[in-house]
Design a protein around this ligand. Structure first.
Ligand code: AMP
Ligand code: MG
Length: 501
């Protein structure tokens, strides 16, 4: 399940790809037209065939000179109208004022028949300074580009809404971060890169007409079905809020932590956007903070659901004048909690392999999460191994039980769980099948990304390519890659991931 399909049979050359740019039809105050800054001595690090297939691009093009030039930013594709968009946002809960594409350039949109809306925008990230770069150099380092590339495609493999990544192009040129690092450009694809912060921009700058223009654009491009609603703007806020709630529930279920849930990183489509210091939960700790810079833990695992809602409120505030009535705004936002709770409950139920809902299920889950936390049990491994539990044979529990320091705590929980399975006459074989479709065997653990990055920094891209292939099928057994689904090595504890990228 969830293997990236190859839906678009066309295999076009890059030069044949028709690019539109509807965003460029918006008023000039929404963006700045500019070309990417050339990248010296570019080379291909990795391309995603599954992403290319979405826009009907022949993957053989990855090795063409044309591809290298266009996706390094050295050449501008015919029909492309490159631009950087303006937006604002709340960062770490504080109004940050104007931000914008400080290192991203939108090339235009390609046809993508299998995608909602039928098109995908192509955007370079790390392609040089723009008028919105503030103090930044407009570049992205190879390390963060590989992380964004792999995680985008991994999330798609997990079946979680996300921007996609077409390729990473590296360069020997260096920029300064904590130390000098080589630069790269990652090409991202999404139906739209409009953010909550794009709406906030016009609200805080007191441009109600531009706010309306933006809302109408988003409705036409991304939510055409809502235009006939009696209150289209309210319907838009409600739908974005619902999607955001469901997205965060999906993150929680696989242990994904975004790391920088500022409103400028929140997609108006409800997809995962702007991969930075993200992480996947390994040793379970609900207070886990994946972003080294986030000392307060605002974006910790357990905070994500609340922050998702907070961000929707920031969007709602920006939309009050459009919707016309604060009560209507509150009504639209009130979908968040029930939408999150319902999706989250369904996801936990699936993760536990329960077919029905029974009284006591919540308590069963709570007790489980408690012992997972006190024992710092590896989150993906636990749920993957849980599917091997035999309803009537505790003797076969060893690999699962061994994940706990406190084995009696697990034994006590497993008694309750088995009782629950018997209550619904659970069948071991069917349960394993359904659980293995929702509990990934492979996630992008920090150390896996780090290993691939270190090799890539030595110009060996084989590990990036291998990881990409594994992570595109995270629910498949892939026994030849068992060693990618084990506990992290000790050195992994020292990996620090920060906002610096
Ligand atoms: P982020 O937290 O990575 O989503 O970035 C927040 C803002 O900073 C966005 O407006 C980015 O475009 C901008 N930014 C981040 N890194 C750089 C950079 N190296 N050069 C220019 N702008 C940047
Ligand atoms: Mg961002």
């Amino acid at each position: 399940m969830n293997s990236p399909e190859l839906p678009f049979t066309a295999r076009q050359r890059l030069s044949e790809l028709a690019l539109g740019n509807t965003f460029a039809d918006l008023p000039p105050s929404f963006y700045t037209l500019l070309n990417p800054t050339p990248l010296p001595s570019p080379y291909l690090v990795c391309g995603s065939e599954a992403a290319a297939a979405l826009i009907g691009l022949d993957p053989d093009e990855f090795s063409s000179e044309d591809f290298l030039q266009v996706f390094s930013g050295n050449a501008v594709h015919a029909h492309s109208k490159p631009l950087a968009a303006v937006y604002s946002g709340h960062q770490f809960g504080v109004w940050a004022g104007q931000l914008g594409d400080g290192r991203a350039i939108l090339l235009g949109e390609a046809k993508a028949p299998s995608e909602p809306g039928g098109s995908l925008e192509l955007q370079l990230k790390g392609s040089g300074k723009t008028p919105y770069s503030r103090m930044g150099d407009g570049r992205a380092v190879l390390r963060s580009s590989i992380r964004e590339f792999l995680c985008s495609e991994a999330m798609a493999g997990l079946g979680i809404p996300t921007s996609r990544a077409l390729c990473v192009i590296g360069s020997d040129s260096r920029v300064m971060r904590e130390m000098p690092e080589s630069t790269a450009v990652v090409t991202r694809m999404a139906q739209s890169f409009v953010r909550f912060g794009s709406f906030e921009h016009w609200f805080y700058h007191q441009h109600p007409e531009s706010l309306k223009t933006l809302a109408d654009y988003v409705l036409a491009q991304s939510y055409p079905e809502l235009r006939d609603e009696p209150h289209p703007y309210k319907a838009l806020l409600r739908e974005v809020t619902r999607r955001t709630a469901e997205l965060v529930a999906q993150w929680q279920a696989v242990g994904f932590m975004h790391g920088v849930l500022n409103t400028d990183n929140m997609s108006i489509l409800g997809i995962t956007l702007d991969y930075g210091p993200f992480g996947f939960m390994e040793a379970y700790d609900p207070a886990h903070i994946c972003n080294h810079t986030d000392q307060q833990g605002r974006y910790s695992y357990r905070m994500q659901p609340r922050i998702g809602e907070w961000n929707c409120y920031a969007l709602g505030q920006a939309m009050v004048s459009l919707i016309g009535d604060v009560d209507e705004v509150h009504q639209a936002l009130s979908i968040y909690k029930p939408a999150f709770d319902a999706r989250m409950a369904a996801l936990w139920q699936g993760k536990l392999g329960l077919r029905g809902v029974m009284e006591g299920d919540e308590a069963l889950l709570e007790r489980l999460l408690e012992i997972l936390a006190t024992n710092r049990v590896d989150f993906p491994l636990f749920f993957r191994r849980l599917s091997d539990l035999k309803r009537d044979d505790p003797g076969a529990d060893t690999p699962l039980r061994d994940l706990f320091m406190d084995r009696p705590a697990f034994d006590a929980w497993s008694v309750e769980y088995r009782l629950r399975l018997r209550q619904e006459h659970s069948n071991d074989t069917a349960r394993k099948l359904s659980m293995d479709r929702v509990n990934p065997k492979y996630v992008l653990r920090n150390y896996l990304a780090q290993t691939a990055i270190e090799k890539a920094q030595q110009k060996d891209f084989s590990e990036v390519q291998r990881l990409l292939k594994i992570l595109q099928h995270p629910y498949d057994e892939q026994p030849e890659h068992d060693d990618y689904a084990t506990l992290p090595p000790d050195w992994a504890a020292n990996i620090e991931v920060s906002c610096s990228s």
